[in-house]
Design a protein around this ligand. Structure first.
Ligand SMILES: [Zn+2]
Length: 306
């Protein structure tokens, strides 16, 4: 049977498994930097348009035709300035990070790629480019996956996982499994813990991601770092409390061109310090969560999606 993405409205429901996190942690927290700047749609890459997504000028191109130099600069801020501020906040605290890396973006900044390698951050492929995979043909998408892995392996190391911009295509998971070499994908928003699916007879681990616990909320949803801090802190407090009985997982997504700005980075700094004051919190790389799940909760032989 060819793999078909099926909907599942039940999931773990009332009985989520005990993740048995290392050290008996109540909550596993994974911070992600989406490294996208330099791979977005642009005139330089032949797209005939300038991407404005998740910039100060979100909501559409500000020019009718031709390059939007303001938006280009807002993207460049992310890799020139924002990356280094976020990197410093995590390095100063000895905290791990996961990079959702767009391959061409990392090719465009060898210094950042070197810092990522030196820090031991783990890599999840965010595509060869920051494009919408559901707009690619199957052949194009297969080629994007191949090129992403080839490039990332050169710049920052072999990616352990796969995560598309915004939404996958109906083919993505099958093509990721077909390519091979990935421990997990994160193309799902409907669960809070990792789970297994079976893709044409092969087990695939899904480590779900969140656009809710995400600095993308700054793009039109909220304004100040106080608001963002209290919003993410509330998610953390809820999961931490629930985690006393059934331990939980939390992904926090970051973008260099958004939360890398000083005012917003203050909210992140407060969040990191807040979380570090709590006991029994495992702040981990995504690959470590995936490896833990594989070891403690191996594929049961029957997945959700056969
Ligand atoms: Zn992204």
């Amino acid at each position: 049977m060819p793999y078909e993405v099926k909907r599942d409205f039940i999931g773990y429901g009332a009985n989520p498994p005990d993740p048995q996190w290392p050290g008996g942690a109540r909550l596993a927290v994974n911070f992600v930097i989406n490294y996208e700047e330099g791979s977005e749609p642009s005139f330089a890459l032949g797209d005939g348009m300038t991407e404005t997504g998740l910039t100060e000028a979100h909501g559409g191109s500000q020019v009718k035709s031709g390059r939007d130099l303001a938006a280009e600069g807002m993207f460049e801020y992310g890799s020139r300035v924002g990356f280094w501020r976020l990197h410093r906040l995590f390095q100063e605290r000895g905290l791990p990070l996961t990079i959702f890396g767009c391959a061409l973006a990392l090719e465009a900044n060898p210094a950042a790629a070197a810092a990522i390698r030196a820090a031991g951050y783990d890599i999840c492929s965010h595509g060869w480019r920051w494009v919408k995979h559901f707009e690619l043909s199957e052949a194009e998408e297969r080629e994007h996956i191949r090129k992403a892995v080839e490039s990332l392996t050169r710049t920052v190391g072999r990616p352990d996982g796969w995560y598309c911009r915004y939404g996958p295509s109906v083919n993505t998971r099958r093509l990721v499994v077909e390519h091979g070499g990935f421990l997990y994908d994160s193309d799902y928003y409907g669960e809070e813990l990792p789970f297994w699916v079976t893709v044409e007879g092969r087990p695939q681990l899904v480590v779900p991601y969140s656009l809710t616990n995400n600095d993308g909320k700054y793009a039109g949803w909220m304004g100040t770092s106080d608001q963002w801090f209290s919003y993410i802190r509330d998610a953390f407090d809820m999961l931490y409390a629930e985690g006393a009985r059934t331990p939980k997982m939390m992904s926090v997504g970051l973008h260099m061109r958004l939360i890398g700005h000083p005012a917003r980075a203050m909210g992140l700094q407060r969040l990191l310090d807040y979380m570090m004051q709590r006991k029994d919190v495992w702040i981990a790389r995504r690959v470590d969560i995936a490896k833990h799940w594989q070891a403690v909760h191996p594929h049961p032989g029957k997945g959700l999606n056969e």
